[in-house]
Design a protein around this ligand. Structure first.
Ligand code: SAM
Ligand code: SF4
Length: 458
């Protein structure tokens, strides 16, 4: 198997005390934007000195801006079912938990949730489900994806459906690809086998190997946009980030391309689970900032996703540390957008309860550009093609203009008057600061949207 615990332990033990010279050498290497190695990651993970930490954060910020510009991509999770046959001791959906109400949405309910998200202004959805489907079996997932794509409402539609569902066979992954998903996302939760065995005590998910090889099967089936992640709080975070790097290296060596995204969920309290409220290896806010920044240095071209598990303060800080995608206005109970039931069916407690409009306004106030762009995926710029484009920094020629045009579209169709006024001023300012060629392109797209156009991208 491609996770080598011994190698990781050795690198962690050998990591020298981080003196200023050493950290500066590593940061200079990171600024070349080719990534840094496991030994360097392990040394940065040991940094405690505030001045050195500040330098790490500054380097992460400059790398993020060099590659991604100021944009921040937005999406919403859509939980279609909380039925589950597994016993993950941290999750409210675990099979034996009687503290929550069970529900699998039917297709009309999926459409209703989709309409609600469209009316908020969302264009990207992450479909999420527990690991057990209603009687239609896996077809239930395919039907739900088709329902989401087929739903149109008022000004909008969902243009990209990413999925976070249990590991599949290669044949099932082929069907998922044929359903035109964006990214297939799956978190290993913990790469540390003994911890994995302790917290997964029932159902198919007990099989560590079946889970860790899922991304390989997805790639074999032709899904080249994949997302991986760690549930922070289960095992030592230093071990986890080094294992994550081994996983990435394995995918690059085997398929020529690494993951499109990395997610960094931290354990949150969940109904009917003690473990979630008292994580075995809690990650402090200081360490969490360090994790995000180190990942940005280690894999500069990989998107990093932050969810509404985190509160507004941490989310605001994280954009400058390297986060490139966030969810907003989220609910983690099936039916949570359209229905306002008083029973508990949620997966975990949220840290950010603000509606999308408020999140958008706060992003803009911090000088970032909210983006609903789905251009790359729809023009086939995925997997290795995406990396070819991303690596020389050319992605700025597409991403930033598309971010601005989709932001303007949101402002036209969904924003409150204050959000719209602040947003349009930001768009105008950003365009004046862009390189001439990108600025021309952005202005053309934005003008077309201001004239009433929809879905304008390059
Ligand atoms: N059931 C599928 C699975 O386990 O991969 C996919 C959906 S599951 C709802 C999505 C993710 O939620 C899990 O991979 C896990 O990392 C995360 N999760 C579960 N319980 C959590 C908790 N208490 N706090 C934060 N994240 C949690
Ligand atoms: Fe089920 Fe996924 Fe929750 Fe585990 S994390 S109990 S598999 S929904």
């Amino acid at each position: 198997m491609f996770i080598n615990d011994n190698d990781i332990q050795q690198v962690l033990e050998a990591a020298r005390a981080p003196d200023t010279r050493l950290v500066e050498t590593i940061l200079a290497h990171a600024r070349e934007m080719k990534g840094i190695g496991p030994e360097e990651v392990a040394i940065l993970a040991n940094v405690q000195n505030p001045d050195l930490l500040h330098q790490i954060f500054e380097t992460a910020r400059s790398i993020k801006e060099e590659i991604y510009g100021k944009r921040l991509v937005l999406f919403a999770p859509l939980y279609i079912s909380n039925l589950c046959g597994n016993e993950c001791l941290y999750c409210a959906f675990r099979a034996r938990n009687t503290a929550i109400h069970r529900r699998a949405l039917n297709q009309e309910e999926v459409a209703r949730e989709t309409r609600t998200l469209i009316d908020q202004g969302h264009k990207r959805i992450l479909l999420v489900a527990g690991e057990s489907y209603p009687r239609e079996g896996f077809q239930y997932i395919l039907d739900s994806i088709a329902t989401i794509y087929a739903t149109r409402h008022n000004h909008g539609e969902i243009r990209r459906v990413n999925v976070n569902i249990a590991p599949l066979t290669v044949d099932e992954f082929r069907q998922l690809k044929a359903a035109q998903i964006g990214t297939y996302q799956l978190f290993q939760e913990t790469y540390h086998r003994p911890t994995y065995a302790k917290v997964h005590v029932g159902g198919r998910k007990q099989d560590y190997d079946w889970r860790i090889t899922a991304i390989d099967r997805a790639m074999e089936a032709g899904i080249d946009d994949v997302g991986i992640g760690v549930l922070f709080g289960l095992a030592d975070w230093r071990f986890e980030i080094l294992a994550l790097m081994q996983h990435i290296r394995h995918l690059e060596d085997t398929f020529g391309v690494g993951p499109h995204t990395i997610s960094v969920p931290r354990l949150e309290p969940a109904s009917g689970t003690d473990l979630a409220s008292s994580p075995p290896n809690p990650v402090s806010d200081d360490d969490f900032r360090k994790i995000i920044a180190i990942l940005r240095l280690a894999v500069p071209y990989t998107g990093i996703i932050l969810s509404t598990r985190e509160g507004p303060q941490m989310r605001g800080e994280s954009y400058a540390l390297g986060i490139s995608q966030i969810s907003a206005g989220s609910r983690t109970n099936p039916g949570g957008y359209a229905d306002h039931e008083d029973y508990d069916a949620s997966q975990f407690a949220l840290g950010d309860h603000r509606p999308l409009d408020e999140v958008i306004r706060s992003i803009a106030e911090l000088g970032y550009i909210p983006s609903f762009c789905t251009g790359c995926y729809r023009l086939g710029r995925t997997g290795a093609d995406f990396m070819d484009l991303a690596k020389p920094g050319d992605i700025k020629m597409h991403c930033e203009p598309n971010a601005l045009s989709t932001y303007q579209e949101y402002l036209n169709d969904y924003a409150t008057p204050e959000t719209r006024a602040a947003g349009e001023a930001l768009i105008d300012k950003v365009i004046t600061e862009m390189q001439p060629e990108a600025a021309r392109r952005a202005q053309t797209l934005v003008d077309r949207v201001r004239a009433g156009g929809h879905d304008i991208y390059c």
